[in-house]
Design a protein around this ligand. Structure first.
Ligand SMILES: C[S@@+](CC[C@H](N)C(=O)[O-])C[C@H]1O[C@@H](n2cnc3c(N)ncnc32)[C@H](O)[C@@H]1O
Length: 271
């Protein structure tokens, strides 16, 4: 039988798939472990299902993570958070306490615990499915002794701490923009991991209010393109000092780095 890959690349390209050559290779490699399936896998990709869901895996920070429909696929721009934490906390021996809000696949928590072998961490998510998948990724990377996963609504009712590092990649796409996203994202990725409300900043608002209650630590929050000014204002309105907003590799302001030591509240004037 002739090699089916060149035709697959042509069909994927004609269907508007962004990286037909790479996707064909990933599907081919996966089909070697699941013989006879290549054509079926290509058909799923032609329907714009993301490759990561088809093969059940995605690389983040050079580590492999299990993913499945219902779990956000880790993105390269989210690695900016890991870089920023490493920048701010140099020296891998630090016994940091790390909190990951909206942990999803657990990619941020796992990457950070790999970088800091003496650190411990807690991942929070509102989705039961995320807790299961994050738990599997933690076990896969031998981190069960140092990582815990819990169901929660951002920082509400969160016990424990104090935390040194708080990371979060919350949903931040404005609701009205969801319909215009690529089909891979719009039709397959979970809305609860994407939709940030009318201006995309609902979660950042909730996080900023919660950070104020924490009172210490450094927060690293991912935001969408064009949200830097508003996100900084939301942090400032809670009395928090934004250190800087770090760009991703494309130069887009992407991670708001904020000190959580709350400034003294303005004195209440007695009537
Ligand atoms: C954009 S995804 C990020 C997943 C992962 N941290 C990553 O970077 O790939 C946002 C995550 O936040 C979770 N989430 C949404 N609303 C939440 C809430 N109110 N409390 C906790 N987690 C929430 C979603 O279930 C989803 O897993």
């Amino acid at each position: 039988m002739s090699d089916p890959r060149p035709a697959a690349i042509r069909r994927l390209s004609a269907a508007g798939v962004g990286n037909p050559r790479l996707d064909s290779r990933l599907l081919w490699d996966y089909a070697q472990r699941n013989p006879g399936q290549f054509e079926a896998l290509v058909k799923r990709r032609l329907a714009r299902e993301p490759v990561a869901y088809i093969i059940g895996a995605k690389e983040f920070w050079s580590l492999e993570f299990e993913v499945e429909p219902g779990i956000l696929i880790p993105r390269p721009e989210t690695e900016t958070i890991v870089e920023q934490v490493l920048d701010r906390f140099p020296g891998s021996s630090a016994p940091l306490k790390i909190l990951d809000l909206g942990t999803g696949s657990g990619c941020l928590l796992v990457a950070l615990l790999k970088e800091y072998p003496n650190a411990r961490g807690l991942g929070i998510d509102g989705s039961d499915q995320a807790l299961v998948v994050a738990g599997r990724n933690i076990a896969r990377h031998d981190l069960t002794a140092r990582a815990e996963i819990r169901r929660g609504n951002w920082l509400n009712d969160l016990a424990g701490g104090p935390w040194d590092v708080i990371v979060s990649n919350p949903p931040y796409i404005p609701s009205g923009d969801i319909a215009g996203l690529e089909p891979e994202v719009r039709d397959y990725e979970p809305l609860g991991a994407l939709d940030g409300g009318p201006d995309g900043l609902d979660a950042v608002r909730a996080l900023a209010a919660g950070f104020r209650r924490l009172g210490s630590g450094t927060a690293f929050v991912e935001i969408g393109a064009g949200q830097a000014e508003s996100a900084q204002s939301l942090m400032a309105a809670e009395g928090l000092s934004v250190h800087h907003v770090a760009p991703d590799l494309a130069g887009i302001p992407r991670v708001v780095v904020t000190g959580l030591a709350v400034r003294a509240p303005a004195k209440k004037v007695l009537e």
